[in-house]
Design a protein around this ligand. Structure first.
Ligand SMILES: *[C@@H]1O[C@H](CO)[C@@H](O)[C@H](O)[C@H]1NC(C)=O
Ligand SMILES: *[C@@H]1O[C@H](CO)[C@@H](O)[C@H](O)[C@H]1NC(C)=O
Ligand SMILES: *[C@@H]1O[C@H](CO)[C@@H](O)[C@H](O)[C@H]1NC(C)=O
Ligand SMILES: *[C@@H]1O[C@H](CO)[C@@H](O)[C@H](O)[C@H]1NC(C)=O
Length: 287
C-alpha cells in the first residue's frame, strides 16, 4: 500500500560544502567539451524487465496553486506513507507531509535545502532526495541522516542551454525503477535524450546510454521495468520506448501530462503534476 505513514526526520545540511573543489561541476552558462565515457555494465548485476501493456484511468490526489512542481514518495520504502512536495521549478524548501490525510489537511513540515533545486525531475529514494543544483550540471544526493558521505554531488553530462523536457522546465529527470537509479539528461550540443545509470551506494555513473531520441520530439519521460518511455510533444502517447537493458521496445497509450512525470515501481503507478493537479495512473504490464 502506498501513502501509509511514519515518523519524519529532517534532511541534514551536510552536503556538498566541503566537497566544492572535488566535484564542482560546471557553472551552466559555459558549456565545455568533456566527452561521455561509456562503461560496460556489470555482468553480475541482475536486472528486472517488463513492458507496459496499458495505462489506467487517472486518480486525482489534490489540487495545488502552482502550475509546476514535483510530488514524491520514497521510492525505496514501501511502508513509508510520507509525501514530499517541491513547488515550482526552483526553490530551496521541500514540504513534507506525514501521509495523504496530512496533504489534504495542508499539515506539513518544511525541509530547507543547502542549495536551490531546479526543474521538476527530483526523486526520493531510500531516505535521500536527489535533485539538480540550480545553475549547475550537478545532481545532489541529500540524505536524511547526519552521516557525511565522501561524495554527495554528481556531475553529469554537459551544461545544456536547452531543457530536457521543455514543458517541465527541467535539465535533469531522476527516475527509480526495479533496477535502481537513472538520471535522464540531454547530450549537448547534439540534443539527444541520454540516460545515466547511477550506482546508489557509490553515487557514481555506471553507464551513459544514448537513446538516440531527439529532444525536439520529446514531451516527457519515465522509466519502468528497465524501459525508458518518452511521450510525444502533446503528452498523448508514448512515442518511443527504449530498452535500457538493451532489447526492442514498443508503443503504449498515455494521457495528457504537463510538468512532472514519474513512475512509482512500488505501487505501479505513474505520478504526474498537471496544471496544479497531482494525479496518479495505474500501470498494467504485459505478463
Ligand atoms: C520505511 O518507512 C517506515 C515508515 O516511515 C520507517 O519506519 C522505516 O524505518 C523505513 N525503512 C527504512 C529502511 O528506512
Ligand atoms: C499535523 O501533523 C502532526 C504530525 O506531523 C500532528 O502531530 C498534528 O496533530 C497535526 N495537526 C493537525 C492540525 O492535524
Ligand atoms: C546520440 O545518438 C545520436 C543519434 O545516433 C547521435 O547523432 C549523437 O551524436 C549521439 N550523441 C552522443 C553524445 O553520443
Ligand atoms: C508504434 O507507433 C508507431 C507510430 O504511431 C507505429 O508506426 C508502429 O506501428 C507502432 N508499433 C507498435 C508495435 O504498435
Amino acid at each position: 500500500m502506498p501513502f501509509l505513514g511514519g515518523v519524519g526526520a529532517k534532511f541534514s545540511h551536510n552536503l556538498c560544502f566541503s566537497l566544492l573543489s572535488m566535484v564542482l561541476g560546471e557553472a551552466c552558462s559555459i558549456p565545455n567539451d568533456d566527452t561521455l565515457a561509456g562503461k560496460a555494465k556489470d555482468p553480475a548485476h541482475l536486472y528486472q524487465q517488463n513492458m507496459i501493456e496499458s495505462i489506467g484511468s487517472p486518480e486525482e490526489i489534490v489540487k495545488l496553486k502552482q502550475s509546476y512542481g514535483a510530488w514524491m514518495v520514497d521510492l525505496g520504502n514501501r511502508t513509508d506513507e510520507k509525501i514530499w512536495i517541491a513547488e515550482h521549478f526552483t526553490g530551496h524548501i521541500i514540504k513534507e507531509y506525514q501521509d495523504l490525510n496530512a496533504l489534504w489537511n495542508g499539515n506539513y513540515t518544511t525541509i530547507e535545502l543547502p542549495w536551490s533545486y531546479y526543474g521538476c525531475g527530483h526523486a526520493i529514494y531510500n531516505n535521500a532526495l536527489y535533485y539538480q543544483r540550480v545553475g549547475r550540471n550537478i545532481v545532489v544526493k541529500q540524505e536524511r541522516n547526519q552521516e557525511r558521505k565522501p561524495k554527495n554531488c554528481l556531475s553529469i553530462g554537459k551544461c545544456s542551454r536547452m531543457y530536457l523536457f521543455s514543458t517541465s522546465k527541467s535539465y535533469f529527470s531522476i527516475a527509480v525503477d526495479e533496477n535502481g537509479l537513472w538520471v535522464m539528461y540531454l547530450s549537448w550540443p547534439d540534443a539527444h535524450i541520454m540516460v545515466a545509470e547511477v550506482d546508489e551506494e557509490t553515487f557514481s555513473v555506471l553507464r551513459h546510454i544514448n537513446t538516440t531520441y531527439p529532444q525536439s520530439k520529446a514531451g516527457n519521460a519515465f522509466v519502468a521495468g528497465g524501459v525508458l518511455y518518452i511521450t510525444d510533444k502533446n503528452h498523448m502517447h508514448v512515442a518511443f520506448a527504449f530498452d535500457l537493458l538493451l532489447s526492442p521496445g514498443s508503443n503504449a497509450t498515455l494521457v495528457p501530462v504537463l510538468a512532472m512525470l514519474s513512475y512509482n515501481w512500488l505501487n505501479k503507478h505513474l505520478h504526474t503534476w498537471e496544471h496544479g493537479f497531482l494525479i496518479q495512473y495505474p500501470v498494467h504490464f504485459l505478463v
